[in-house]
Design a protein around this ligand. Structure first.
Ligand SMILES: [Zn+2]
Length: 209
């Protein structure tokens, strides 16, 4: 035993009354799962676990409480003649797969070619997190981010590429650590014009050859 708190378990010594706002059936469900997988939910190290798990899942799934599109509602009409690609690269994110509720950990590259509107660049990451903090499949996450930007900014093109590893594949099942899945959605000029698509993929660092 050590007294040094693990920063990853910041709420490890949480008082039990923090569980007051968590419905009983939620706590019971976690206890049932612990028992079913082979441990004793009444064991000292596990007594506060249902509450921690419940709070953690509320946080993982925070995206349900927001409409990610609202992050793009403050747009700037003055683009100052800028007509080149705007790109946010290597945005780290975490999500959970809807099939196993296992972590999806990866990075996204989000680009658009402005027509009349631009947006604060950090907003693109907020849109990503708004959709990622839900139960997801990577293909849908990619499409939702791209569609949202397409609809709100009405740009000439949108490109979203997501590279992620799925714990349901790397930690269970076929157990293939290091394998990542890549999904992409190209819209407008990035879909229709091969040169523009190549350019954006090169800027993202994901172009082949
Ligand atoms: Zn899965």
């Amino acid at each position: 035993m050590t007294d040094t708190p693990d920063p990853a378990d910041g709420d490890l010594v949480s008082p039990p009354d923090r569980d007051a706002e968590i419905p009983d059936d939620v706590l019971a469900a976690v206890k049932t799962l612990i028992r079913w997988t082979g441990d004793d939910p009444a064991r000292e190290g596990l007594v506060d676990t249902p509450g921690r798990v419940a709070r953690a899942w509320k946080e993982y799934c925070q995206g349900y409480e927001e409409d990610p599109g609202t992050h793009l509602s403050r747009i700037f009409e003055e683009v100052g003649g800028y007509d080149e690609i705007v790109l946010l690269r290597d945005i780290p994110f975490q999500s959970h797969c809807e099939h196993h509720m296992a972590p999806i950990i990866g990075k996204a590259h989000i680009a658009y070619l402005p027509e009349n509107y631009v947006v604060g660049i950090s907003k693109l990451a907020r849109v990503l997190h708004g959709f990622a903090r839900r139960l997801q499949v990577q293909e849908r996450l990619t499409a939702e981010v791209a569609d949202c930007i397409w609809e709100k900014l009405q740009p000439r093109g949108v490109a979203v590429v997501i590279e992620a590893s799925h714990a349901c594949m790397t930690a269970r099942g076929v157990r293939t650590p290091g394998v990542t899945m890549t999904t992409s959605r190209m819209m407008g000029v990035f879909r229709d014009d091969e040169r523009s698509r190549k350019e954006v993929l090169t800027l993202m660092g994901v172009a082949k050859g």
